[in-house]
Design a binder for this molecule. Structure first.
Ligand code: FAD
Length: 384
């Protein structure tokens, strides 16, 4: 049995790893010659780390995971502490730690783990054709490949999605812009073992420790779509948006390197129920594009991969196994996308009275409420 996997992101490589565990041959096709991830880092929460372990890639997490032991929210303007708590109760409850990791390092190490030379780079999927015997993938360079089935992990702008749904879908602008990158850890910004968030005015500034004494930082600002801003204006843009904010935020703005700071207009896609058509299955962002507000997009791609493997372990018929994958995943991924959307709206001042109420809640939060929420999300995964 042979699978064609489209995309060599977190979803594609993890899907190939899961299928390989079931003895299924996989060929991975990636559009670009060198992958340039859109974000500087991601937090792989405990459910994602469990999936990486299950797929045989746990050592990557060990190498790259940052020392995130505490969480703190601070008032972004006056720097007062709203809440601060240890993540140990979460780790004890769910049985695994979260790992914030450099995204470029994660991507590179996953590709190396699979074998860079056995991935076909520069192969951009153009279209798919399926019949009772298999699927043919056609690429923009005029070549094609044939397999028994296709796992389309070709991201949020998926070309394969319309072959499954029968129509295109629009991405939905979530209402805010995210700037992200890496800086050296500094006590003038935040403690090096803590995920620190500064909030105020519906905006958010976050620093999260990753390996090798670096902070993954991001700034979120609610803004209209399509502003004329990019890397060249990043420092002046952030200085303007965070005028009057506390000194750690100003120190962070001065520390960032504009050349490596990403500016992203955050989108998601209205969840849909169909993830599979015949021998073509969507996986990762092609199947469920979420805002990053609960840090579960990449984690759910990893969960998809684990479940895909579990389905082929139980069911040998291809179409039946893929249908089982769809049934096992569609409610979970819809739930995560909608949960992230809700969190996004509260965090970013969609209704400012709700955001102000959340700030008040944070001031009396012991950590238990936030840990409970994280626990529910993590334990909803396939390896709970
Ligand atoms: P992608 O990473 O997009 O990979 C798709 C791959 O397919 C790419 O390599 C692309 O080049 C290739 N491709 C595209 N089109 C074609 C084609 N036609 N033919 C062949 N190949 C193609 N998730 C978390 O779990 N935790 C976080 O903290 C987190 N933070 C985030 C922060 C930001 C700012 C953003 C934007 C996202 C964040 N995410 C996070 C989400 C996470 O990045 C995605 O969910 C994850 O990368 C999805 O992986 P994927 O493999 O499905 O898609």
């Amino acid at each position: 049995m042979k699978a064609l996997v489209i995309g060599a992101g977190i979803g594609g490589v993890s899907a190939a790893a899961a299928l390989k565990q079931q003895g299924i041959e996989c060929e991975i096709f990636e559009a670009v010659k060198a992958i340039k991830p859109v974000g500087a880092a991601i937090s792989v929460w405990s459910n994602g780390v469990k999936c990486m372990n299950h797929l045989g890639m746990g050592s990557i997490m060990d190498r790259l995971g940052g020392p995130m032991h505490y969480v703190a929210y601070k008032d972004g303007i006056n720097n007062s502490l709203m809440t601060q708590f240890s993540l140990s109760p979460l780790v004890e409850a769910v049985g695994e730690r979260p790992c914030p990791v450099s995204r470029a390092d994660l991507q590179e190490q996953m590709i190396d783990w699979w074998g860079k030379d056995s991935i076909q780079f520069g192969k951009r999927l153009e279209s798919l054709e399926q019949n009772a015997n298999g699927v043919t993938a056609y690429f923009t360079d005029g070549t094609s490949a044939h397999g028994d089935f296709v796992i389309a992990a070709d991201g949020t702008h998926s070309k394969a999605r319309k072959h499954v749904l029968g129509h295109d879908v629009e991405r939905r602008y979530a209402g805010y812009v995210n700037w992200n990158g890496l800086v050296d850890v500094s006590d003038d910004i935040a403690p090096p073992n803590q995920w620190t968030m500064f909030v105020g005015e519906g905006k958010r500034v976050s620093v999260m420790p990753i390996a090798n004494n670096r902070f993954y930082f991001f700034f979120d600002v609610p803004l209209p779509l399509g502003l004329d801003e990019d890397r060249t204006t990043v420092k002046q843009d952030l200085t303007g948006y965070f005028e009057g904010w506390a000194s750690p935020v100003q120190t962070l703005i001065q520390a960032i390197n504009p050349d490596t700071t990403n500016r992203i207009e955050i989108h998601d896609i209205e969840p849909f129920d169909q993830l599979v058509k015949g021998r073509i299955a969507l996986l990762g962002d092609s199947a469920h594009s979420t805002t990053p507000d609960i840090g579960q997009g990449g984690c759910s791609a990893l969960e998809d991969a684990v479940v895909l493997g579990q389905c082929f372990a139980k069911i040998k018929d291809i179409e039946a196994a893929l249908k089982e994958y769809e049934a096992a995943r569609r409610f979970r991924v819809k739930d995560l996308v909608l949960k992230a959307r809700k969190r996004c709206d509260v965090t970013h001042g969609k209704d400012m009275s709700e955001t102000l109420a959340w700030y008040d809640e944070l001031k009396v939060e012991s950590g238990e409420g936030i840990i409970d929420g994280l626990k529910k999300t993590i334990l909803g995964g396939p390896l709970a």
